[in-house]
Every structure is written in C-alpha cells, then in structure tokens.
Design a protein around this ligand. Sequence first.
Ligand code: PMP
Length: 409
Amino acid sequence: MDYEHYFTKRIADLKSEGRYRVFADLERQKGRFPIALNYRDGEVREVVVWCSNDYLGMGQHPDVIAAAHEALERCGAGAGGTRNISGTNHYHVLLEEELASFNAKEASLLFTSGYVANQTALSTLGATIPGCVVFSDELNHNSMIEGIRHGRSDKHVFRHNDPEHLEQLLSAYPKETPKLVAFESVYSMDGDIAPIAEICDVAEAHNAMTYLDEVHAVGMYGSQGSGVAERDGVRDRITIIQGTLAKAVGVVGGYIAASASCVDYIRSFGPGFIFSSSMPPATAAAALASIRYLRAHPEIRDKHQERAATAKRLLSERGIPVLPSVSHIVPVMVGNAALCKQASDLLLNDHGIYVQPINYPTVPVGTERLRITPTPLHDDSMMAHLVESFCAVWDQLDLHKAHHPKSIK
Ligand code: PMP
C-alpha cells in the first residue's frame, strides 16, 4: 500500500465534503474571557469566543488561578507517576473527597479526562461482571460507546431519552442478569435533558445499575451545582455519576462518584486508571478551588441560564433557527456541512465572532450546526453584536432558505 497516498486521499475527501477540521489558534488571556487572541494568516486579532465549554469562565477565575499557582510552587509540575507508584499527591486525595461530597456519594475516583473516566469505567464493568448486559442511549458520547465496545459484553441501544423502549429491552432478560443502563443528563449537541427519574424507575424495576454522564451539567445544575441528578433529587438512585473537570469547572480531568465498594472496584480493575500517570497537583488544586467556589455560588448558575435564555430569545426573534433546547446550549441549525463552515468563517473573519462549525460525525449528516454556548461573562453588547452578526451572515449566505429541521430526533 502507498500509505502517504492513502492518507492524503482520505484527507482530500474530508475537505471536499466540507468536514475537514481546522482549529482556531487561540490565546486565552487571564481575566479577559470570553475575549481571546486569534492567530491567523500571520496576523493576531481579537475575537469573542462563543463556543467554549468553559461554560462559566471558571478557567479564568482568580481563586482557581491562585490555587494552581500555590500548588505549582509547593509541588512542582508533574505528579511523578501513576496513582499506585508514587503519583498520588495530597491534592488528588482532597479533590476525591470533595467530589464524593459534591455528588453526595461515599467515594470518587479521578481520571486524566472525562473521556478516560467513561472509557475505563464502562469497559471495566462490561468486561469484568460475568454476563453483564449494557443498555446505552443512542445519542451517548463517543467515550461511552468506546467504553461499552471495549467491555465486549452484550449490549442494546435504546431510543434517545425513551424509558419505554428501555423497558422493552430490559424485560427480555431475567431479573438476575446483571445489567447496566448508561446515559447522559444534558446532551451537548441538542441541549436536551434526560428524564432521569423515569429511567431510574425502569432500571430499578429490572435490578439494573445506572451510569449517568453529567459532563455537560457539572457546575451548572442543582443547588450546589453537581448536575441534573441533584436538581431532580435523584442522585441516590444513580449507581455511578460521571463528570468532567474540563468544562464548567474550567480545568481538566474526569471522575466517577459512587459507593465506596464500586469506586474501589474500578480503582482496582480499571486499566485506564491503573496504568496512566495522574494529573499534575496544580491541576487538582485548581479543580478543587473551582468546585468549592461553584458549590458556594448558585448565582453564577442563575446568571448563566439567563444569558443562554436571552441568546435563544434574541436570535429566534430575528428568524435565526435555534433548536428548542431546555438547557444552556444554543444550537443554531444550518443543515449542510459546507455552509456551516462558510458561516463560521464569515463570523470569524468579518465579525470577530468565533463559533466552531459542528459537522458529521459529531452530529448526523443534514443536522450540521453552529453551537453557541453563552457564559455569564458575555455581556449585553457582546450579545447584541452576536445577533447582528448572525443576521448579516444569514443574509449573505441566504441561509433563511436552507433546510434546517426543527427537531432532529
Ligand atoms: N462525555 C461527554 C458527554 C462529552 O461531551 C465529553 C467531551 N466532549 C466527554 C464525556 C469527555 O470529557 P473530557 O473532555 O473531560 O475528556
């Protein structure tokens, strides 16, 4: 095989489909978020970032930065090993205690990312519980799908957010069969939210464990901000709550929170935990400071919801097709990969607005979109500029006529 030819051809295909990923080269600057510098074509320009998953701007929060500095001064740069071989720093221990209490669970376990947390926890459970059958929501994130795949247990995919379909699939198995139901709370591309209590009703009736990915809810829902399960008062009904420290917490890393024995099991049998070096102490310290702040400041969540609602309202009033979303995520439908990329380029080049195009395979073909994530730090004048810029781009590309489904389900 001519490997070089093969690589080049596959990339050329992506480009011709408008799906080739180009990263915006950014410099986030302390204290200026959502403004960042964008390095492009030999120039440096200021842009307003409208697609960050630093949903609350905590990556720039003074408490978080101070905690990282202090830990860096005390402990240096790296953790020094895997958790088992010299890489457990006291900040990891403190953060795991905090995450357990944050999630109202007995224990928690840190991973280097939310992806690794899902991949490791789900593959470990699927692979090591004899006869375990996994039930997975059809829109689950790639990290969950990969974890379930690697577990190599039997699996079934249930229709998105559909407890009745889940019930049908579960009822094909005897109550004694070990089962695991894996789903998310906030789905990040459509911004819809799972009926957690109903899914728990069904899972409990069949003696199934539940695994809830709260990645797009941590910090943002519930009175202390641990997620939608807290908001809905159902945390005690979830076997394992999984989350990230990279989105609203503003740092990086992932975790699971569960009973002490369940956490000990994954700690003891999960390869992605055991065989990977632990996160730097300064990272753990920053995440700890961020979570402590988020628990004590519900007003940041109110402001965030208000900003998201305002963006949805203002864009919709001007005829921009916002997918009805019950969360903080504002998906604007374009329905074509090339047009989506063009719209994003125009917003960046002509309006100083950065919104990354979202194309297949992140979303299904025909549902390509611009996914806006307003934060509490986007002020009214930024919001007005966003709306005017979207209207200008929609006119310029004649997107009002483009096909954009109201719902993609
Ligand atoms: N779960 C979901 C639903 C996600 O969207 C993501 C990241 N995009 C992850 C897990 C992985 O989290 P992390 O970025 O911390 O690896």
